[in-house]
Design a protein around this ligand. Structure first.
Ligand SMILES: [Mg+2]
Length: 104
């Protein structure tokens, strides 16, 4: 059974903080590219669409693994991540309330 946190901690220890932070920028770039490809590629069939979505999901997984490693590198900051996330979600919720009806 794969223990994700053990493997992520091993990666942080094995490659070091700086390397994994650089890797994070690479993975974020790959996710951005996958999003842009999905939005801009002229899709001719269902299979092509599914391939683009799969690439997006694969890059999202890569980014999640890197975000997990950032939390392992800066464990004291994890509660602040949660606080910021709570604040930003509440702000998003308020903004959508102010904008009115949800998109179909
Ligand atoms: Mg990637």
């Amino acid at each position: 059974m794969i223990n994700a946190q053990e493997i992520e901690q091993r990666a942080v220890d094995h490659y070091g903080h700086a390397h994994q932070l650089i890797k994070t920028t690479e993975e974020l770039g790959e996710l951005a590219q996958a999003v842009a490809r999905l939005l801009t590629t002229k899709v001719y069939n269902r299979s092509m669409h599914e391939t683009l979505v799969e690439q997006l999901l694969q890059e999202a997984a890569d980014v999640e693994v890197m975000l997990d490693q950032i939390k392992l590198m800066f464990p004291d900051g994890v509660p602040r991540v949660h606080s910021w996330k709570t604040y930003k979600l509440a702000r998003l919720d308020r903004r959508m309330d102010e904008e009115g009806k949800d998109h179909d």
